[in-house]
Design a binder for this molecule. Sequence first.
Ligand code: B16
Ligand code: MG
Length: 212
Amino acid sequence: MKGIIFDLDGVLVFTDKFHYRAWKAIADDMGIYFDEKINNRLRGVSRMDSLEIILERYEGKLLTMAEKVSLAEKKNQIYRELLRTMTPEDVSEEVRDTLKKLHVDGFKLAIGSSSKNTKFILEKVELIDAFDAVSDGTNITRSKPDPEVFQKAAKYLRVAPEECAVVEDAFAGIDAAKSGGMYAIGIGEASKYEKADAHIEEFAELTEILEK
Ligand code: B16
Ligand code: MG
């Protein structure tokens, strides 16, 4: 392996609780049932696709595309207000040390996230300098499980897809890595997903897996 591509939410930072609170406010406002289990289905899924999942339980009148876009924007405003509270303390020492070690050992590191807020989050937690490239929701047209976000990350790193490992917490992200011809490492929710090539419980385990 020469390149390592990291998903952001659920791997490096834990913003799923903020996504939940923001979507919950929208759902409550519209009288739609929404819980943590449904929130889990939103992992790695784009903002508009997430809205469609939430609207599966909506029983009101048919919404126009403009109304859907406005709902997604409203959710993003609430979400960004919550993101503002993030600080460098929101990234563990374990994550920072492991990233440094992997870099020193010669790996090229990239972000591969569906989020259009990636750069904002990386700046808030002061992690932007840890990466050689960032591929995120702003440079893709198809969201995970499509491999586009990871293929672009590999391209930015100038590393062939088969020489890249992807670290992901979402099933959709593992599927994306596999269909892009990459080595997939599952963590968190995906740590037991059978389609992943390797499974880890702790972030620091990456050095053992990738350096053998
Ligand atoms: P935004 P990841 C994903 O990030 C989140 O897991 C997913 O819940 C969210 O809907 C998506 O980003 C889009 O985020 O609304 O900020 O553009 O896991 O791919 O890093
Ligand atoms: Mg994720």
